[in-house]
Design a protein around this ligand. Structure first.
Ligand code: CMC
Length: 394
């Protein structure tokens, strides 16, 4: 296959044409359907951005209202799904539980397996998935700590309902704090799409075989879980906590990340595409300051360590030369932690945020009738050789 070019990690290969997200890594520009991420993060809600990504335009007030209420109508999951939960050991990582249960939804909605389903059926499955992922995510947390689950309250908006399912107890209500809902909306918006990253490419690849939306997204959740991708947000907080336990010497950890004989990397630093700054990180850093101040946590030792670590790395020759800057996940964990989201749930939050992007990309691929994804390779194995019977082998 002399015509195959090798591009390990697809650093230069465009796998598709897409009209969803524009990203300029040199200039640090990110736009969803043409709208700058800064404007969306400041002014819109997660549901509005979900609609924008999936349907290509900002909704009218009526469209948004309909979209919201149709989604909230589907937040309940089948009671049999709870039986599946019971099969997981408590303490199971919520990402493994989430991907399994999203895949299990194919069993409850088998019509989703039909590649020829009508546009109305596709839209119904899209709304079901957006609705149910919030319930499954909250329940996977409840399961991980051995608590009884909370049923959705459909009168609430999407983000407030999620917080209710996470934090209400059967004996007491959860009072939604507007600082928290606004921070969560912002985080979910900033994570909502990022063109052909690892998990999105996975969703498109799986979907290109005409696999169902649920199966494709379940595969995307597994890809996102990896510590080099979405799993980094959990790793950042764990790293900051370790630095704190270690006495807060950030320079020591920067040196460790530079050591060629040490596989440790500064989590939350570096990006495949952004080579000057990650615009999402700029917004999140500001949001972290605002949220922590609003919650009276501005003296958080982790925030202090994060800022020192960032400063130490940004002024270090090793990081400067390699164009390594804080990415979206460097400060996101600090906000999640401040608003009470447990560390093991951070990547689940990323998955909830990225879901509209995965859906939009799956839908675009389907509507464009893209061919099945099937990369080639450069074979470097043995030349032809003859089979040796077992008794004659050395
Ligand atoms: N700490 C220390 N060194 C690093 C780091 C880091 N965080 N990131 C990259 N490098 C070095 C790497 O060792 C290599 O050095 P050398 O040229 O001497 O071999 C050079 O920088 C280039 O790195 P690479 O691994 O070839 O770059 P990549 O584009 O393949 O990887 C990355 C991008 C994000 C996987 C990587 O920067 C990384 O591992 N970062 C830490 C994990 C992380 O924060 N991931 C979240 C990404 S943003 C959220 C998302 O969209 O998933």
């Amino acid at each position: 296959s002399g015509y195959v070019t090798l591009d390990s990690g697809y650093k230069n290969t465009g796998a598709t044409k897409s009209a969803i997200t524009f990203l300029d890594g040199e200039e640090g520009i990110l736009r969803y359907r043409g709208y700058p991420i800064e404007q969306l993060a400041e002014q819109s809600t997660f549901m509005e951005v979900a609609y924008l990504l999936i349907y290509g335009k900002l909704p009218s007030a009526q469209e948004l209202n309909d979209f919201n209420s149709q989604i909230m109508r589907h937040t309940l999951v089948h009671e049999d799904v709870r039986k599946i939960f019971d099969g997981f050991p408590s303490g199971a990582h919520p990402m493994g539980v989430l991907s399994s249960l999203v895949s299990a939804l194919t069993a409850f909605y088998p019509e989703s397996l039909d590649p020829n389903q009508s546009q109305d059926e596709v839209n119904l499955n899209i709304k079901r998935l957006i609705a149910k992922i919030s319930t499954l995510a909250a329940w996977s947390y409840k399961n991980s700590v051995g608590h009884p689950v909370n049923y959705p309250k459909n009168k609430l908006d999407y983000v407030s309902n999620f917080l209710h399912m996470m934090f209400a107890f059967p004996t007491e209500d959860y009072e939604v704090n507007p600082v928290v809902t606004s921070a969560l909306n912002k985080l979910l918006i900033l994570h909502a799409d990022h063109e052909q990253n690892c998990s999105t490419s996975t969703v498109r690849m799986v979907g290109s075989a005409n696999a169902s939306l649920y199966s494709s997204v379940s595969a995307g959740i597994c890809a996102l879980w990896g510590p080099l991708h979405g799993g980094a947000n959990q790793e950042v907080i764990e790293m900051l906590e370790e630095i704190q336990k270690d006495g807060g010497n950030t320079q020591k950890w920067v040196d460790k990340a530079k050591d060629p004989n040490d596989s440790f990397r500064l989590m939350g630093f570096g990006h495949r595409v952004y080579k000057n700054f990650d615009p999402r990180a700029t917004i999140i850093k500001k949001a972290a300051d605002e949220v922590l101040t609003a919650l009276g946590l501005e003296d958080s030792p982790l925030l202090k360590i994060a800022k020192e670590l960032e400063q130490a790395a940004l002024t270090d020759e090793y990081f400067i030369k390699r164009k390594l800057y804080p990415n979206v996940d460097f400060y996101s964990g600090i906000i999640y932690k401040a608003i009470g989201i447990p560390t093991e749930m951070f990547t689940v939050m990323f998955a909830m945020g990225r879901l509209p992007g995965w859906i939009a990309q799956w839908k675009e691929m389907r509507e464009n009738k893209e061919p099945i994804g099937r990369p080639r390779q450069i074979y470097v194995g043995e030349k032809e050789r003859n089979y040796v019977p077992l008794t004659e082998r050395a």
